[in-house]
Design a protein around this ligand. Structure first.
Ligand SMILES: [Fe+2]
Ligand SMILES: [Fe+2]
Length: 192
């Protein structure tokens, strides 16, 4: 089995109970990482391994999963026989992938993972994942409670040209969704 298949298998096992950082999320991020990396000329091996392992530490340390995930990934990839250079690139991208903390993306590989993760946080998929995230954090009881999370998602920016097109498309959907939600709530006599 290749290092990527092993890493993916390990991540899917770890994330099998997760609501938001699910195995499906990991596979979609991997898909977009591969597509963007090819178009931008990033290190394909490093980016794919980073995608597979980027949320692996979520069940253990949700708040700082980018930091712990980078450490876990470096160890796991070294054990799987991945070169030091590629493993370090992947760990660097994992450390810089989170919108909730950690360093900003710096290298091309960091930017590819960031954009792929943002794409899956946005659009129709993003609405569903935001609802699940807010429910999980006990911040959602009424429809209007989702608005701050959606507004945050709508402010996401892509770093790569290849990621920008899909993110912009999904961003305009989110903006329309927020507009319609506000219209329905106002039309129902709710104060916003
Ligand atoms: Fe993450
Ligand atoms: Fe993620």
């Amino acid at each position: 089995m290749s290092a990527l298949s092993e890493a993916l298998k390990e991540a899917e096992k770890k994330l099998s109970e997760e609501l938001v950082a699910t195995p499906g999320h990991v596979r979609r991020v991997l898909f977009w990482c591969e597509k963007i990396a090819r178009e931008e000329g990033a290190d394909l091996e490093a980016v794919k391994l980073a995608a597979a392992l980027h949320d692996i530490a979520v069940p253990e340390d949700r708040a700082m999963h980018y930091e712990l995930g980078a450490k876990v990934a470096l160890e796991a990839l070294t054990k799987l026989g991945v070169s030091r250079e590629v493993a370090e690139k992947a760990a660097h991208a994992i450390r810089a992938h989170s919108r909730y903390g950690g360093p900003d993306p710096e290298t091309l590989e960091d930017k590819v993972l960031w954009d792929a993760d943002c794409i899956d946080a946005c659009g129709a998929i993003g609405v569903i994942r935001a609802v699940l995230r807010e429910l999980q954090a006990s911040r959602l009881r009424e429809p209007k409670d989702i608005i701050p999370a959606l507004e945050k998602i709508a402010s996401l920016k892509a770093y790569t040209r290849a990621g920008r097109e899909e993110l912009e498309r999904r961003r305009s959907f989110i903006l329309k969704f927020i507009e319609e939600l506000k219209r329905e709530l106002a039309a129902s006599g709710e104060q916003l």
